[in-house]
Ligand binder design. Structure first.
Ligand code: WT7
Length: 658
C-alpha cells in the first residue's frame, strides 16, 4: 500500500468513531476538567459572569451586572469603568511581564519582528497621542484598513485607549467598500498603508483609497503606515506618515476610564439586504466574554503556550481571538502576514515548528485546502509542540475533522469546534477541551452561562434530533448591543422573530440525543464562502451595476473547497448570452465593488429568472438547478418555462466552472 492509501485507511477507520476523547495527560493539566463549571454557571448565570468580570482590571466597579429593563437593548456591568488597552497592556507591564513576547510577527518574505508587551504599550501610547492631537476623542469613529502587520494591533488598541470606536475593514475588501463603510460610520480618521504584499507582489493601497475618498468631508486624518515603499500622494493637512507621527508624539497617554457600555468597535458584516450591518460591540461585557472564553476554551497557560490564529484581524475572529482575547490574557501569539501557500504550502507548519506553537486555530476551508495539498507539507515539520487545535467559521465536515486530528494533531490534540458569530462577539457553542468529549462535525454544547435551543417556526423547542432554527435564549456579555445608527434594524433582525430574550441566530441546526448541537448553515440570504459572510443581495447589486447587466440572482452553491461558492444567474441587456470576456469583466467588476472574495465562481446566462407572480426571485429553485437536484415545487412560478430554459443553459455553460 502507498502512503496515500495508508492514510485513507486510517482516516476511514477514525471516521467510524462517534466520539473522540482528550488524552489523560491533557485532562490532568487542563484548567477545567469536568462539567462543574457548567453546573455552577447554570445555578446563577449572573453571579457567574460577575465572577469572570472581576478577573479584569476596573477603574470603578459596576452597580448592576445585567440591565435588561430596556431589552433587547441589554447593558452589562453598568456603572463600571475600565479601559481595554489598559487591560491588554498596562496591567501586564505593571505585573512585571512587560518583557513577555506579545507577538511573533512573520512577514511574507521571511522577515520577523518580536514585540513584547512593553513595546506594544509604548507604540499604543504614541499612536493614541497622534489621534488625540488630530482631535479624535471618545466616540469618534476611526477606520482601519491594514494588512496583517503589527501596526494593525497597535492601531486598534490606540483607539480603545482613547475611547474612539474602531471600524476595521478587511484588507481584502476593495477601496469602494472602505469608502462605503467610512461614510456609513462617519469616520473622522482612517489608518491605512502605502501598499500591501500578496504572494510576492505588491498592491498600492493608499493611492487606491485616495481615488475614492473624496466627498467624505468628516474624514480629517489619514495616517499611513510605510510598509512596501509604494509611492502615494500625501495631502497636506490631512495625511500623516505613521512613523514620523509616532516618533514626534508624546510618549505617555493615560488610558481613558470608559463606561462599561462605551462602544469599542463597529464591524460591518453581511446581512440579508445589500447594506451591510454595522455590528456594534461595547467594552466591559465584550472583554469579559472574550477573555474568559479565550482562556478556557483554549486552556491557556500564558507562561508556556504559543498561540497561532490564521484568521485576519479584519474579521471578528481577529478582533476577539487575535487581539483582545489573547492580549487580555497575557498570551504570546504568532501573527503571519501572508497567504497559506506563500512562499510554500507548508508555511503555517514551518511557523508552528519555528515558534513552538502549542494552540492552533483555523477554519475548515483551510483544512480542506491542506487536505488537497496532501500531508507532505505538514509532515515536513516537527509539530510536536502542538497540544490543542481549533476550528471556526462554518460546519467542519467529519472527513476534514479526522484529517486535522490525525495529520496536524498527530492524534494527540483535542479539537475545539467553536460556533459563534460577529454578533455574538465571543464563542458560544463548543466543547471545553479537558472536560468534554468531541464528536466530529458537532460544535458541542453552549459554554457555561449560555443557553441555546432549536425551535420551529413558531418558536417552540423541537424534539431532539430534529432540525430547526437555532436560537440563544439568555443574554451573554459579549453580545452585540446595536446596529450602528439602525436601532430598528437591530430589533427586527435579531429579536422581533421570537421576542427578547430569544435571539434569532439565522442558522439551521439540530441538537442530538446527547445534547450536542450540529449547525447546518444559514437560513437567510447569507452565503458563507470560506468562512466569510456575504449577502446574496450585496453581490447582486454589484453585478447589476455593471453596464451590460439587466438582472441578476445570486445563490450560494455547495462547494468542496470553500463550503459555499457564489453562483450568479445573469440576464444581460438585450437578453443575449455573454462571452468569456464578459464573464471576466463581471468578475472584475464585483471585485472592484466589494472585494475579490465576492467574485462569482460561476456565472450562468439566463434569458429570464424564475419569479413568483409577485415578482420575487425563487432562489431555492436556482439552487436546485445549480446543484443538479430535482426541482422542487414550481407551480407558484409566473412562467414555469423559465426553468426548462435555465436547465438548458446549465448544460451549455457547464464548462464555465473553474
Ligand atoms: C456564521 C457567522 C465566528 C467567526 C467567524 C464567522 C457560521 C461560524 C461555525 C462553526 C458551524 C459556523 C454560522 C454563523 N459558523 N462558526 N464552528 N460551525 N457554523 O463569523 O462571519 O459572523 O459568520 O458562520 O453560520 O452564523 P460570521
Amino acid at each position: 500500500m502507498t502512503h496515500a492509501d495508508l492514510l485513507e485507511v486510517e482516516l476511514e477507520e477514525l471516521l467510524r468513531n462517534e466520539w473522540f476523547d482528550p488524552s489523560e495527560d491533557f485532562v490532568r493539566d487542563a484548567l477545567i476538567q469536568d462539567l462543574s463549571v457548567h453546573a455552577e454557571a447554570e445555578r446563577d448565570p449572573i453571579a457567574w459572569w460577575e465572577k469572570q468580570a472581576a478577573a479584569l482590571d476596573w477603574f470603578e466597579p459596576w452597580t448592576q451586572v445585567l440591565g435588561d429593563e430596556n431589552a433587547p437593548f441589554y447593558r452589562w456591568f453598568e456603572g463600571g469603568k475600565l479601559n481595554l488597552s489598559h487591560n491588554c497592556l498596562d496591567r501586564h507591564v505593571a505585573a512585571g511581564i512587560g518583557d513577555r513576547v506579545a507577538l511573533h510577527w512573520h512577514g511574507e518574505e521571511g522577515e520577523s519582528r518580536t514585540i513584547t508587551y512593553a513595546q506594544l504599550l509604548a507604540d499604543v501610547e504614541r499612536c493614541a497621542n497622534v489621534l488625540k492631537a488630530r482631535g479624535v476623542g471618545p466616540g469618534d469613529v476611526v477606520g482601519i484598513y491594514l494588512p496583517m502587520i503589527p501596526e494593525v494591533v497597535v492601531a486598534m488598541l490606540a483607539c480603545a485607549r482613547i475611547g474612539a470606536p474602531h471600524n476595521v475593514v478587511f484588507g481584502g475588501f476593495s477601496a469602494e467598500s472602505v469608502h462605503e463603510r467610512m461614510a456609513f460610520s462617519n469616520a473622522s480618521a482612517l489608518i491605512t498603508v502605502d501598499g500591501a504584499r500578496r504572494k510576492g507582489r505588491t498592491a498600492a493601497v493608499k493611492s487606491e483609497v485616495d481615488r475614492v475618498m473624496d466627498g467624505l468631508t468628516h474624514l480629517e486624518t489619514i495616517l499611513v503606515v510605510r510598509h512596501t515603499g509604494t509611492a502615494c500622494e500625501m495631502r497636506a493637512e490631512r495625511d500623516l506618515w505613521w512613523d514620523e507621527a509616532l516618533a514626534a508624539a508624546e510618549p505617555h497617554c493615560p488610558a481613558e476610564p470608559l463606561d462599561s457600555e462605551h462602544p469599542l468597535f463597529i464591524l460591518y458584516s453581511s446581512g440579508s439586504t445589500a447594506k451591510p450591518k454595522g455590528i456594534e460591540h461595547t467594552t466591559g461585557g465584550y472583554l469579559t466574554g472574550v477573555a474568559w472564553s479565550f482562556k478556557h476554551v483554549f486552556d491557556l497557560k500564558p507562561q508556556t503556550d504559543v498561540y497561532f490564529c490564521t484568521a485576519d484581524v479584519g474579521w471578528i475572529t481577529g478582533h476577539s481571538y487575535i487581539v483582545y482575547g489573547p492580549l487580555a490574557n497575557g498570551a504570546t501569539s504568532v501573527m503571519y502576514e501572508g497567504a497559506p501557500d506563500y512562499p510554500h504550502q507548508g508555511i503555517w507548519w514551518e511557523l508552528c515548528e519555528r515558534y513552538g506553537v502549542t494552540i492552533f486555530y483555523t477554519a475548515p476551508t483551510a483544512i480542506r485546502t491542506c487536505m488537497k495539498w496532501g500531508p507532505e507539507p505538514v509532515r515536513a515539520h516537527d509539530l510536536s509542540s502542538l497540544r490543542l487545535l481549533g476550528s471556526v467559521g462554518e460546519p467542519i465536515n467529519p472527513k476534514a475533522w479526522v484529517w486535522y486530528w490525525l495529520v496536524v494533531g498527530g492524534g494527540r490534540c483535542p479539537i475545539v469546534d467553536t460556533w459563534w458569530q460577529t454578533e455574538t462577539g465571543q464563542m458560544v457553542i463548543t466543547t471545553l477541551p479537558g472536560a468534554q468529549r468531541m464528536k466530529p462535525g458537532s460544535a458541542g454544547t453552549p459554554l457555561p452561562g449560555m443557553r441555546a435551543a432549536v425551535v420551529d417556526e413558531a418558536g417552540r423547542e423541537v424534539q431532539r434530533d430534529t432540525q430547526g432554527l437555532l436560537t440563544l435564549n439568555r443574554p451573554w456579555p459579549g453580545m452585540l448591543r446595536a446596529l450602528y445608527r439602525e436601532p430598528d434594524r437591530y430589533v427586527s433582525a435579531y429579536w422581533e422573530r421570537f421576542g427578547a430574550p430569544t435571539y434569532f441566530v439565522g442558522d439551521a441546526s439540530r441538537q442530538d440525543h446527547d445534547g450536542y448541537f450540529w449547525v447546518i448553515g444559514r437560513v437567510d440570504d447569507v452565503i458563507n464562502v470560506s468562512g466569510h459572510r456575504l449577502s446574496t443581495t450585496e453581490v447582486e447589486s454589484a453585478i447589476v451595476s455593471h453596464p451590460k447587466v439587466a438582472e441578476a440572482a445570486v445563490i450560494g452553491q455547495s462547494d468542496e473547497d470553500t463550503g459555499q461558492a457564489i453562483c450568479a444567474f445573469v440576464t444581460l441587456r438585450g437578453g443575449i448570452d455573454g462571452d468569456d470576456a464578459t464573464i471576466e469583466s463581471l468578475r472584475d467588476h464585483v471585485a472592484q465593488r466589494i472585494g475579490k472574495l465576492a467574485r462569482p465562481k460561476r456565472i450562468i446566462w439566463a434569458g429570464d429568472l424564475p419569479k413568483t407572480r409577485s415578482g420575487k426571485i425563487m432562489r431555492r429553485l436556482l439552487k436546485d438547478i445549480a446543484e443538479g437536484r430535482e426541482l422542487g415545487d414550481i407551480t407558484t412560478l409566473r412562467d414555469p418555462d423559465v426553468m426548462a430554459q435555465l436547465s438548458a443553459a446549465i448544460v451549455r455553460h457547464g464548462a464555465d466552472e473553474d
